[in-house]
Ligand binder design. Sequence first.
Ligand SMILES: Cc1cc2nc3c(=O)[nH]c(=O)nc-3n(C[C@H](O)[C@H](O)[C@H](O)COP(=O)(O)O)c2cc1C
Length: 223
Amino acid sequence: MRCTIAGLAVALAIYHVGCSPRPSPLETTGAVTPLPKPVLQGTMSVEEALAQRRSVRSFIDQELSAEEIGQLLWAAQGVTDPRGLRAAPSAGALYPIELYVLTPEGLYHYRPGSHSLGAVVAGDLREPLWQAALQQDALRDAPAVFVITAEYQRTAAKYGERAVRYVHMEAGHAAQNLLLQAVALGLGGVPIGAMRDEQVQRALSLPREHEPLYLLPVGRPAQ
Ligand SMILES: Cc1cc2nc3c(=O)[nH]c(=O)nc-3n(C[C@H](O)[C@H](O)[C@H](O)COP(=O)(O)O)c2cc1C
């Protein structure tokens, strides 16, 4: 059965969330919605997804299903090993990436440990995000925008100055996983790096430690 995130979400409130499986100083106080179990066998090979991937910036006006959103989040940061290891590699397995998804219903934080979404902000934040990221229309038009943020300190505590490069590499791994998964689902997206960081953080009420790095609008390609 296909169902939307709107159908699954119960109550929305502004809140700050913790990220499982690693402890975070932030407390979870809002509604948590389990995501459908990720599918581990698809119909497209990695080679086909690589060959077909192109940046897509125009989308038809149709929301993504909870299955699609869950699958995309899983591809980027899902847990794929009983030890808590994830779909994308991480320096020292410290997992500094924090992933959010913004839909017309609100902003949600991905919780890899339970493959669930925590509600962060109710309402459609695509317009303020579009403003904060140089008015790039894909951000206003896509039915879902995935926001890759990072908590640098998690990696810096072990790797010091090298943490910045490691964290940026990890954001790239996560983004590419998500974009290839989008292709395999018949979806398209574009990685957006041009944004005013502080404005994005404000527009989405992100915790100070979750610094935005990459925006990935995803939808069904127009044409
Ligand atoms: C680090 C990075 C930042 C990017 N930032 C933007 C952006 O802000 N806006 C945009 O429309 N595309 C952005 N892109 C997408 C590139 O424009 C696109 O990948 C490039 O034109 C090659 O096309 P392709 O992705 O279809 O292969 C970015 C790509 C990368 C790797």
